[in-house]
Design a protein. Structure first.
Ligand SMILES: [Zn+2]
Length: 427
């Protein structure tokens, strides 16, 4: 093994991959992929599996009011803020086996290596699985991490409903019951970490194109979510003349065209997606009364996001094919730049294994975007084939992932064994 880190060499690649495969069985789709919606039975099983693995390693298991799960390996000085590593175990409705899961299982691999190597460390280390990162069942996503970092209040998160009308709070109650029954200890106040590290699949094509197995991530572009409603008048499809029609679909179509133009004016770094679109009353021979759609808007520059936000609002105030529109911002996550010191440590660890590794800004949001407001935070990426993610075909190469986990372990060893209390919020 290259790189002078005993913890990196102590990572058991076979066991790491066996853990990935064990996790990929929970909520498995045929022939591949995952369906583990936040707080459903499969997501809960994935949490319990993690807890059992951690307890077998001698870690204590904890959970909080949002169902975030923590495995803690105690340090010689339990009063020090823990180094926190992890990601999420929930998936998209038809998702891949590595998005999120990789980062949690990588954390477990680091705990296994620490248990094997018996490296003395003063600082505790914790592995976390954050609740509802994906936002596929309960929007918006990153519920657990945003609450933990004090970025969103519990009340709003708990009130979210899934498509069947089940509230987050109802689904969470089942999860918390299971965690308690399994012997996890409840934490009523978040423990502020020394630092947070998250390994994730890139979900884009850059690393694969460059042949890099891992790289450091220097920040995350911002994301605004909107819900748009276009209101017209339902009427008979056959008897209503053109001049009397207030067709909500036609109104939405015109509005979307104008939104798209506003976006195009800001260059090709903007990401604009309408992922949900519904019409009501949704009948073949009735003019739609209402169109509803969502917007996902992303850019690394907060000024561009603000300018587009203003443009979207102005457009929504106009009439579109005789219909009125309403635009509501449902989530707003500003771009972040990760902690320079931590980025440098991770970059050095990455380069110990792959000297030509690039530095990337993340196009997707991650739990780390919230943690960055609470403690020094940085991420690692490993490639996924053809950049495909949020899809059952999501695929990573075992060799790449193993290098990424070793790079993570390399950085963890550095952070656990060098005394640097300047980042401790309690110092
Ligand atoms: Zn993810």
């Amino acid at each position: 093994m290259k790189a002078n880190s005993s913890l990196a060499s102590a990572v058991d690649g076979e066991r790491f991959w066996a853990d990935i495969e064990a996790q990929s069985q929970i909520g498995a789709l045929s022939p591949r992929g995952l369906r583990r919606l936040a707080l459903d039975d499969q997501d809960n099983r994935a949490r319990l599996w993690l807890m059992d693995q951690g307890k077998a390693l001698g870690c204590s298991a904890h959970y909080d009011a949002m169902g975030n799960v923590f495995l803690r390996r105690e340090g010689q000085d339990p009063s020090l803020a823990p180094l926190l590593i992890g990601s999420h175990l929930d998936s998209q409705p038809s998702g891949g086996a590595y998005d999120g899961t990789l980062g949690v299982v990588a954390g477990l691999a680091v705990l296994r290596a620490l248990a094997k190597q018996q490296i003395a460390h003063e600082r505790p280390i914790e592995v976390v699985s954050w609740t509802n990162e994906e936002g596929a069942r309960f929007a918006p996503g990153a519920s657990g991490s945003s609450w933990f970092a004090g970025r969103r209040d519990a009340e709003t998160i708990l009130a979210a409903r899934d498509d069947d009308g089940v509230t987050f709070q109802e689904a969470l109650a089942d999860c918390l019951g299971l965690l308690e029954a399994q012997g996890a200890q409840f934490r009523d106040t978040p423990v502020i970490p020394h630092a947070f590290l998250e390994l994730h699949i890139e979900q884009g094509p850059v690393l694969e194109n460059q042949g890099a197995p891992v790289c450091v991530v220097t920040g995350i572009q911002g994301v605004n979510w909107y819900e748009v409603e276009v209101n017209g008048q339902a009427n008979h499809a056959g008897t209503t003349p053109e001049a009397s029609r207030r067709d909500a679909f036609m109104g939405a179509l015109a509005l979307v065209g104008a939104l798209k133009e506003a976006v195009a004016a800001k260059g090709d770094q903007v990401r604009f997606t309408i992922g949900k679109f519904t019409l009501s009353p949704s009948s073949v021979n009735t003019i739609p009364q209402q169109a509803r759609f969502t917007i996902d808007l992303r850019h690394p520059d907060p000024a561009v996001l603000d300018a587009l936000d203003a443009a979207f609002r102005r457009l929504a105030e106009q009439e579109w094919s005789g219909c009125t529109a309403q635009l509501e911002a449902t989530s707003r996550v500003a771009p972040v730049a990760f902690d320079d010191h931590l980025v440098a440590i991770l970059d050095a660890s990455v380069k110990a294994f792959f000297p030509q590794a690039p530095r990337l800004v993340s196009g997707a949001f991650h739990d780390a975007i919230h943690l960055a407001h609470l403690c020094p935070t940085a991420m690692l990426f490993t490639p996924c084939r053809a950049g495909i993610s949020h899809h059952p075909d999501e695929h990573i190469e075992r060799d790449d992932a193993e290098v990424a986990v070793r790079a993570l372990a390399h950085a963890v060893e550095k952070l656990l064994t060098t005394r640097n209390d300047s980042h401790d919020p309690d110092h």
